[in-house]
Design a protein around this ligand. Structure first.
Ligand code: URP
Ligand code: ZN
Ligand code: ZN
Ligand code: ZN
Length: 514
């Protein structure tokens, strides 16, 4: 039996004291639709009123004219790794720098993957509580499960009561985070019991290890070896396997960072059949292609190394289409940044791609590039954009409509987005600690001009105004909507169900007669 201390519920020194904010005449967009010419009143950290005309206007309200602009829920990035220890390095964005980058890019909440300490979930939770104490915006945690025993199962139950309603299992990273199918299946059973969403990193870790060996034997030691050693078929195989195991257990499954047609088709097929499977795209997957890993400059090539790898333009196009046809319903980032010195740990001739820390940036860029790829191109509506960038994640992780919505009572995490502003992404102007940016030179129309977090203006006129420690841990209750009526999907017990057939086997004394 372990003692978990109750999570930091930091006192909010500022949120309730801020003056009311009245946003006038914007196009208010939620996952339910768009409302041109509406007003939004924010008071005491919450949305107080929304509608065609908000009255009476509080005397001390700060008034923002949003004519010609969109007013949307702040983004929720459900897949980040701030200050993550990984492959012998620690991700260089911490909970302050990563979150400031997020706020500058219109994301007001993220869900980070807490990692266990030597397989110990409770110790992992304690560690991530400490790391997150410097938070400047709201956040939650998923917890990774990297080993299996009774204590892990018990800790999962305890964590579910402390606000963690999702657990990630890695079918890759052999010798490090990877679990066996047996462990994964135990984990799925436990997730089902406690009402937590099982999440999976789906690549066949054994085959990847063989693929890596094969590349080294061919003398392919640079970043391109990373891509070549873990082809799409291995992602498709593991995704299909994970989905089938989740079906066998009858529990919801969330497939993180879908990067290939192969994996996406598995997700789409399961969804068509009515299985509770969520597919997550990431910003890098819909904007980048593998060619950069072949760049002759190691520093450039190394930036693009992540797992599963960024793939060909064909896969990239298919993932975009998957967000349009709702095979994939959430766009995240997998923001896990290792700077050029850290990436050089995998630089030949001293080393090879196997020790190159995996991960790319995106927490600041996601809201922008997703708008560009999907809304500027006319592929989806602003309302669908809200769904994939915030509302659906809030629903899956059971914090809707507190987050991901603009309605009375929702948290005042709001962005004002000007669709006419042209801008270019660059490492010289971004807010992450990363020294490079995979979106370097990306020019687009549409920009987050104001970010409001907990009712406070934290990004305006290209400037951040944050308070260290102001970020709150958001508890996420188990048994979200993916569990509704789940028992109806249990295999029918008749006629060949799991009950013993009443047969006369004779008594054990007669067994010599056989
Ligand atoms: O390359 C990646 N994706 N790094 C972060 C760890 C993970 O697998 O999500
Ligand atoms: Zn606060
Ligand atoms: Zn992963
Ligand atoms: Zn990740």
């Amino acid at each position: 039996m372990k003692i978990f201390s109750a999570i930091l519920l930091l006192c909010c020194v500022h949120a309730l004291s801020a003056a009311p904010i009245l946003i006038l005449n914007g196009t208010v967009v939620t996952s339910e639709g768009s409302h041109p010419g509406w007003d939004v009143l924010i008071e005491d950290g919450k949305i107080a009123m929304v509608g065609p005309k908000v009255e009476p206007i509080p005397r001390d309200a700060r008034i923002i004219d949003a004519s010609g602009k969109y007013v949307m829920p702040g983004g929720i990035d459900p897949h980040t790794h701030l200050e993550m220890p990984f492959m012998g390095q620690e991700a260089c964005d911490d909970f302050k720098s990563g979150q400031e980058a997020a706020l500058a890019g219109g994301t007001t909440m993220h869900i980070d993957f807490a990692l266990p300490v030597n397989g110990d979930l409770a110790a992992g939770f304690e560690l991530y509580k400490k790391k997150s104490a410097k938070s400047v915006m709201d956040f939650g945690f998923h917890m990774a499960v990297t080993a299996w025993n009774d204590q892990v199962a018990e800790d999962m139950s305890t964590l579910a009561k402390l606000g963690i309603n999702s657990f990630k299992f890695f079918l890759a990273y052999k010798g490090a985070l990877m679990v066996t199918d047996e462990e994964f299946q135990q984990g799925l059973q436990q997730c089902k019991k406690i009402g937590a969403v099982a999440m999976v990193h789906a690549e066949n870790g054994d085959a990847v290890a063989n693929g890596q060996k094969a590349m080294i034997e061919k003398g392919i030691v640079g970043p391109e070896g990373h891509a070549l050693s873990r082809p799409a078929v291995l992602e498709g195989e593991a995704t299909g396997r994970a989905i089938k195991l989740a079906k066998y257990v009858n529990t919801p499954l969330y497939v993180v960072h879908v990067m290939s047609i192969d994996a996406m088709e598995e997700v789409a097929k399961a969804r068509r059949e009515g299985q509770r499977v969520i597919g997550e795209a990431v910003a890098s997957g819909i904007t980048q292609d593998e060619s950069k890993m072949w760049d002759p400059d190691f520093k450039i090539a190394a930036q693009f190394v992540m797992s599963p790898p960024i793939r060909s333009k064909e896969h990239q196009g298919a993932l975009i289409h998957g967000l349009v046809d709702e095979s994939l319903t959430i766009i995240a980032t997998d923001h896990a940044v290792f700077n050029s010195t850290q990436k050089a740990k995998g630089k030949p001739p001293q080393a090879d791609f196997r020790t190159l820390p995996n991960g790319v940036n995106g927490i600041e860029e996601r809201m922008h590039v997703t708008w560009d790829v999907l809304v500027n191109s006319g592929r989806i509506s602003p309302s669908a954009y809200v769904s994939i960038t915030s509302a659906e994640a809030a629903k899956v992780f059971n914090i809707f409509p507190q987050k991901g919505h603009i309605a009375p009572g929702s948290d005042a995490d709001v962005i004002i987005f000007d669709p006419t502003v042209e801008h270019t992404i660059s490492a010289t102007t971004h807010h992450s600690r990363m020294d490079t940016n995979i979106y370097e030179g990306y020019t687009m129309k549409g920009k987050v001009v104001t970010t409001i977090s907990q009712g406070n203006i934290v990004w305006e006129n290209e400037k951040l105004n944050t308070v260290e420690g102001a970020g709150r841990y958001i508890k996420m209750e188990p048994f979200g909507y993916l569990f509704d009526e789940l028992d109806k999907l249990e295999p029918a017990p008749k006629p060949y169900g799991p009950t013993p057939v009443p047969r006369d086997y004779g008594s054990s004394e007669n067994k010599d007669e056989l």
